[in-house]
Design a binder for this molecule. Structure first.
Ligand code: PAF
Length: 280
């Protein structure tokens, strides 16, 4: 794997690939890689001849009181995992300037109304930060394909909407959620949790799963949601939202919606906020 730490190094590596007209797939990450990320690389390899992963903890997507400083940075371990997966290039910028050359001049991408709902309601500005960095990575890397995980369902939809207008030639692929044995969706933030907390966290998945089953049986949506929230509270999880939406995240408030839909939930365990969803 070629490790590039600056834009210049990245450009050289990319030029060599484009000379050979390789199809390039991008897997953007913030590092602290787990099986979920590695599954994205495996999927990327099915769609392109070369893969590039980025590890960049993007300051723009963290709020003032969030975990930017303490977000786990595990570069040595990450590089080993990417090597084992035979990723072709890693862009691991030495500093923020290698991504946003001029901090004052950043082209902010606005995430609109959807960006202020669900997770965006709890994390104002978060999705603008995500779209701004992903747009930048798309600009500097110009991949043919980019892969994003379905765990961050809202993020994936917002990136898709942004790409339709700004990067119509990039094919976006949504990779399925990878779960631990107890059902919990793999996430770098799971590292903040102790073993008993990880067991508690599995109740979010249980609530989502149970709610999807109940909805399929035509139970009343309002009752399903209030029971799910009460269940989470009884398990000492603090629910932020628990909603049913269609596959584009339009609101659903009827009992027998026929199309593809998704239950999405967010909870806090001690100070760690987790998200998960089940599409059905
Ligand atoms: O999902 C993530 O890890 C981040 O939001 C992303 C897409 C790498 C942008 O920083």
């Amino acid at each position: 794997m070629i490790i590039t730490r600056t834009r210049k190094e990245l450009d050289v590596a990319l030029k060599n690939f484009s000379k050979n007209s390789e199809k390039l797939a991008l897997i953007p990450t913030m590092g602290n890689l787990h099986e979920g990320h590695l599954s994205l690389i495996r999927i990327a390899k099915k769609h392109a001849s070369k893969t590039i992963s980025t590890i960049f903890v993007n300051p723009l997507q963290f709020g003032k009181n969030e975990d930017y400083d303490k977000y786990p940075r595990t570069h040595e371990d990450d590089i080993k995992k990417l090597n084992d997966e035979k990723c072709d290039i890693l862009f691991l910028p030495v500093n923020n300037k290698e991504v946003f050359s001029n901090i004052e001049d950043i082209k902010t991408i606005h995430s609109g109304i959807l960006g202020s709902e669900l997770c965006g309601k709890i994390r104002p500005g978060h999705f603008d930060g995500v779209l701004t960095v992903v747009n930048k990575l798309f600009e500097i890397i110009n991949p043919d394909v980019a892969v994003f995980g379905a765990k961050d369902y809202q993020q994936e939809i917002l990136i898709r909407q942004m790409a339709v207008s700004l990067h119509p030639n990039i094919e976006l692929i949504k990779a399925p959620i990878i779960r631990a044995e107890n059902g919990i969706a793999l996430s770098s933030r799971n590292n903040y949790l102790s073993e008993p907390e990880l067991e508690m966290a599995a109740n979010l998945y249980k609530a989502l799963y149970h709610s999807a089953q109940s909805y399929k049986k035509n139970f009343d949506l309002k009752t399903i949601i209030s029971e799910a929230k009460n269940y989470l509270i009884s398990k000492k999880l603090i629910p932020h939202y628990f909603e049913l939406r269609d596959h584009n995240l339009n609101k659903i408030d009827i009992n027998q919606f026929e199309g593809k839909k998704v239950f999405l939930g967010s909870v806090t365990i001690n100070n760690t906020r987790l998200i998960d969803n089940i599409e059905f």
